[in-house]
Design a protein. Structure first.
Length: 474
């Protein structure tokens, strides 16, 4: 809905709140006549999507909502009269009437057809806050099942696994499952969520916290996706917060809402107080992509947390020699460093160094290296050496000696010799960049220069082959 059509719908909705003539939509007349008895209504099915479509077609609502049509005066009058009828029925709705909840779902579907979900006119909702409606909407939401949302067979088949991993707090796996997951929420449920949020957000938050159900949390996030920043903080359920954060995490800042980075940061700080902090980091930061909302928010969050939280971040990043993570990790930690200052950041560099040193470019995994390599922790390890000049000097001498004497050592294969040499040169590369950072009198690149062979002879002798070389990846 564009701004012009939004304004039109708001004006019509405000007129409908006033007293005046009413018109019952033809589709609803037919449905009301065919409503089953109260006993049969318990098991009756209701196609609220069809109801929404029929009402929309009768009053030409879709063209107006989409900004493709302007209503003639008589059409606008009929629209207002029909909308007024729906609002009057909602005002007089009582939970103990015959077929009360079936009728409520029908009215919600009709109301959705008039764009009430998008108009967000609070004046039309104020009178309902003290009526039976909020609790009735809550009762509808408590009965949400998988059949109340539309999805393809592949998505529906994932529900049981999604529920299980959410209950287990495995947010890395949940992130993978939800990556291509999408649903369509039926109009009655969609509008029930929207109205309850506008009228009694505390009831909706309490419902989510008590339910502790991934389906309910995801459906609410799907409906309120553009307004989550106004609601996510009031919900304690960590899975709901996860879905709220995931909605903006991967966006670039230029295409994200203005509130996205700050809200993501605040959600991180809330989750840091829970047992799920490490799992969240695995979900959002195992493979940093660069210039995303999540990565712009993390430095500020880390700066407000303790070293134990920093350790979880260090452990969450995939430590490998893929160039794709080198710059994003550096960007995160440069911002962190500028926020906390040199003294406080030392602990972060130590944590990164210890993990890197133990990993040693995949030594325990028997990983073959055909060239010296960059890694995810190029920047923090270089910073560690920059602040430990004596250790850096000793390590530089050790590594140079090991490289020069490598031909004096017996290896079972040339592959083993080449791998060890490249591992040593990879370590030496960061030691020397740390020394360069320490001696720099002005701004310098936080990352070391690109990997290059150490001479033409060495490239030939040790079969230099860098899979990350720019010449191989134009």
């Amino acid at each position: 809905m564009n701004l012009q059509s939004l304004q039109i719908v708001r004006e019509l909705l405000l007129k409908a709140v006033e007293d005046g003539p009413v018109e019952m939509p033809a589709a609803i007349q037919k449905i009301f006549r065919e409503l089953p008895s109260s006993a049969a209504a318990q098991s009756a099915t209701l196609d609220t999507v069809s109801i929404e479509n029929q009402v929309g077609e009768q009053f030409s609502t879709w063209g107006v909502i989409d900004g493709e049509q302007i209503l003639a005066p008589e059409q606008a009058e009929r629209w207002v009269n029909a909308l007024r009828w729906v609002l009057q029925e909602l005002r007089s709705w009582m939970p103990d009437a015959e077929n009360a909840f079936l009728r409520l779902r029908i009215l919600l579907a009709a109301l959705a057809a008039f764009g009430a979900f998008n108009a967000e006119v609070d004046v039309s909702l104020q009178e309902f806050t003290t009526s039976p409606l909020p609790k009735a909407l809550l009762r509808l939401l408590e009965k949400i099942e998988a059949q109340d949302v539309w999805a393809n067979a592949g998505c529906i088949s994932l529900w049981s696994e999604i529920q299980a991993v959410a209950r287990a707090g495995d947010y890395e796996r949940l992130s993978t499952l939800m990556r291509h997951f999408d649903i369509y929420v039926t109009p009655d449920i969609r509008l029930a969520i929207f109205l309850l949020w506008r009228m009694s957000p505390h009831l909706l938050a309490s419902h989510i916290d008590q339910k502790q159900d991934a389906l309910h949390s995801y459906v609410v996030c799907k409906v309120l996706q553009d307004s989550l920043h106004q609601f996510a903080f009031s919900v304690d359920d960590i899975t709901f917060k996860f879905f709220s954060a995931a909605a903006v995490a991967g966006l670039r800042p230029e295409s994200a809402p203005s509130w996205a980075v700050d809200v993501f940061c605040q959600l991180l700080l809330q989750v840091a107080r829970s047992e799920h902090w490490a799992s969240w980091l695995q979900a959002f930061f195992k493979y940093p992509h660069g210039n995303r909302v999540s990565e712009l928010a993390l430095p500020s969050a880390l700066a407000q947390l303790e070293a134990k939280h920093w350790a979880n971040f260090v452990d969450s990043v995939q430590l490998w020699t893929h160039l794709a993570t080198v710059v994003p990790v550096a960007n995160i930690l440069v911002r962190f460093y500028k926020t906390v200052g040199s003294a406080a950041a030392n602990e972060m560099w130590r944590l990164a160094y210890e993990r890197w040193d133990k990993w040693d470019y995949g030594r325990e995994l028997g990983r073959h290296m055909s060239a010296p390599a960059a890694c995810s922790f190029d920047f923090p390890v270089a910073m560690y050496y920059a602040l430990a000049p004596d250790e850096a000097k000793v390590e530089e001498e050790r590594l140079i000696g090991a490289v020069e004497s490598i031909e004096k050592t017996w290896f079972s294969s040339q592959t083993d010799l080449v791998t060890l040499r490249n591992r040593l040169l990879s370590r030496l590369r960061l030691v020397r960049h740390g020394q360069a950072l320490a001696s720099a009198s002005g701004p310098t690149d936080p990352l070391p220069p690109p990997v290059q062979p150490d001479g033409d002879y060495a490239a030939l002798r040790y079969q230099y082959f860098d899979v990350n070389s720019p010449t191989r990846n134009p």
